[in-house]
Design a protein around this ligand. Structure first.
Ligand SMILES: Cc1ncc(COP(=O)(O)O)c(C=O)c1O
Length: 415
C-alpha cells in the first residue's frame, strides 16, 4: 500500500477514479493532454519543499544550489526550443504569465488590444470579469462575420484610433493560423509591443506545425500543459530588452515563491519537446484535426471558419437545435469529452454557448491517427444529430471503449 493510500484513502480513491476516467474517455478538450510519467515524477518530487523567491543566483532564501540548477536547465531549454533570448519559467499558469507581462510593461489604465472573447480570445485578453479587464483599458478586435478569420483591417483601424501599448495575438478558440507578420506591421504603426499568447499553439510551433511568432512578437507567453504536454504552469519568452521588466512582473510583481517541483517538470517537458518524436507528434496533431474536421463536414456538421489549420475544431451547434452545453453533455454520455464554447457573433449566453470546442492533442498523444479520426468524427456527428437516441449513444460508446483500450493514455496508470 502506498503512503497516500495509507494516510488518506479518500484522496487516493479520487486519484484512482480519475486515472480510470482518463483512460476510459476520448479526451478532446483541446487544452488538455497527458504529461509523461517523467514529468509527473518530477512534479511529485521533494522540490516542492523548497522556497526560492527570486531568480537563480539572486534568491531571498538560502539552500538553492540544486533548485538553481533546475531553473537554469528549464530556462536554457526554453530559450533553445523557442529561440527567444530570455525565458521566465516561474509563472504558475498561462494566466499568471499574461498578467506578469501586463504588470511589467504597462501602468494601470493603459490601453491594450486583444481578440474578442466570442471570437476566441481568452479571459486574460481583457474580459471585464478578469483582472486584465479591470486593471487595463482593453479594446477588442474581432473576426470577419463570413470567413471567421481575424479581421486585421479592424485591428489596424482600432490600433490607430486607440494607440494601445500592447497588442495581444493568440486565442483560446481560434482554428486558423495567425499572421504574425501582419500583426507586427500593425503594432509598429502605433508603437505597440506585439505579444503572442501561444498557450494553445506552443507545442505546434515547436514542431513547425504553426508559424512561430519569433522575430515578430518580442514577447511570447504560453501555458505549459496544453500542446506542450508539460506540468500545469506558464512561461514567458522575450527579447532581452524586456527581461528585467517581465521578471519583475512575475516576481515580486504577481507571485511569491516559485513552484520548483513544477519548474523541474517544465524542464523535463522542454527536453521531451526538443526530440524529433515530439516534432512529428505536433505535425500529426494538425493532420488529425484536419481529418476530424473533414469527417464532420462530410456528415453535414457546420464548422466555424469551415475547417481548421491547427489542433482544434469549433462547431456551431445551433443548426442542430442545441446549445453548447447540451451538445457536450450528449457527447460525454458516450465517452467523448469536449467543452461548450461561445462562437463568433454568438446569439446564446456564454454559459450555454452556441458551439462546442474540441481537438486532437490528447488523442494524438495516445497514438491515434487519421483513420481513427474519421471514425471519431462520424461517431460525434451521429450523436450531435440524434442526441436523445440511446441506440446511437451505445454504439458510439462501444467504439470509444474499443479505441481507448487499443490506444492507452500515456503516463496514466492502468489498474
Ligand atoms: C490563449 C490562452 N491564454 C491563456 C490561458 C490561461 O492559461 P491557464 O489556464 O494556464 O491560466 C489560456 C487557457 O486556456 C488560453 O487558452
Amino acid at each position: 500500500m502506498g503512503a497516500l493510500e495509507q494516510v488518506d484513502p479518500e484522496v487516493a480513491a479520487v486519484i484512482r477514479h480519475e486515472e480510470g476516467r482518463q483512460q476510459a474517455v476520448l479526451e478532446m478538450i483541446p487544452s488538455e493532454n497527458y504529461a509523461s510519467a517523467a514529468v509527473i515524477e518530477a512534479v511529485g518530487s521533494v522540490l516542492t519543499n523548497k522556497y526560492a523567491e527570486g531568480y537563480p543566483g539572486a534568491r531571498y532564501y538560502h539552500g538553492n544550489r540544486f533548485v538553481d540548477d533546475v531553473e537554469n536547465l528549464a530556462r536554457d531549454r526554453a530559450k533553445a526550443l523557442f529561440g527567444y533570448e530570455h525565458a521566465n519559467v516561474q509563472p504558475h499558469s498561462g494566466t499568471q504569465a499574461n498578467m506578469a507581462v501586463y504588470l511589467g510593461l504597462l501602468n494601470p489604465g493603459d490601453t491594450v488590444m486583444g481578440l474578442k472573447l466570442d471570437a476566441g480570445g481568452h479571459l486574460t485578453h481583457g474580459s471585464p470579469v478578469n483582472a486584465s479587464g479591470l486593471l487595463y483599458h482593453f479594446v477588442s478586435y474581432g473576426v470577419d462575420r463570413e470567413s471567421h478569420l481575424v479581421d486585421y483591417d479592424e485591428m489596424l483601424a482600432l490600433a490607430k484610433e486607440h494607440r494601445p501599448k500592447i497588442i495581444v495575438v493568440g486565442a483560446t478558440a481560434y482554428p486558423r493560423v495567425w499572421d504574425f507578420q501582419r500583426a507586427r506591421a500593425i503594432a509598429d504603426e502605433v508603437d505597440a509591443v506585439l505579444m503572442a499568447d501561444m498557450a494553445h499553439l506552443a507545442g505546434l510551433i515547436v514542431g513547425g506545425a504553426h508559424p512561430s511568432p519569433l522575430g515578430f512578437a518580442p514577447v511570447m507567453t504560453t501555458s505549459t500543459h496544453k500542446t506542450l504536454r508539460g506540468p500545469r504552469g506558464g512561461m514567458v519568452l522575450s527579447d532581452r530588452r524586456y527581461r528585467l521588466r517581465i521578471d519583475r512582473g512575475v516576481f515580486p510583481g504577481s507571485q511569491g515563491g516559485p513552484m520548483m517541483h513544477v519548474i523541474a517538470g517544465k524542464a523535463v517537458m522542454l527536453k521531451e519537446a526538443a526530440t524529433p518524436e515530439f516534432r512529428a507528434h505536433a505535425v500529426q496533431i494538425v493532420a488529425n484535426a484536419k481529418a476530424l474536421a473533414a469527417a464532420l463536414i462530410d456528415a453535414g456538421i457546420v464548422l466555424i471558419s469551415g475547417g481548421t489549420d491547427n489542433h482544434l475544431v469549433l462547431v456551431d451547434v445551433r443548426p442542430l437545435g442545441l446549445n453548447g452545453v447540451q451538445a457536450a453533455d450528449a457527447l460525454e454520455a458516450a465517452g467523448i469529452v469536449v467543452n461548450s464554447n461561445p462562437i463568433p457573433f454568438d446569439t446564446l449566453p456564454p454559459r450555454e454557448g452556441g458551439g462546442i470546442r474540441f481537438g486532437t492533442p490528447a488523442i494524438t498523444s495516445r497514438g491515434m491517427g487519421e483513420a481513427e479520426m474519421k471514425v471519431i468524427g462520424q461517431g460525434m456527428a451521429r450523436i450531435l444529430q440524434a442526441p436523445a437516441d440511446e441506440g446511437v449513444r451505445d454504439q458510439v460508446a462501444k467504439t470509444v471503449r474499443e479505441l481507448t483500450a487499443r490506444f492507452p493514455a500515456p503516463g496514466v496508470p492502468v489498474r
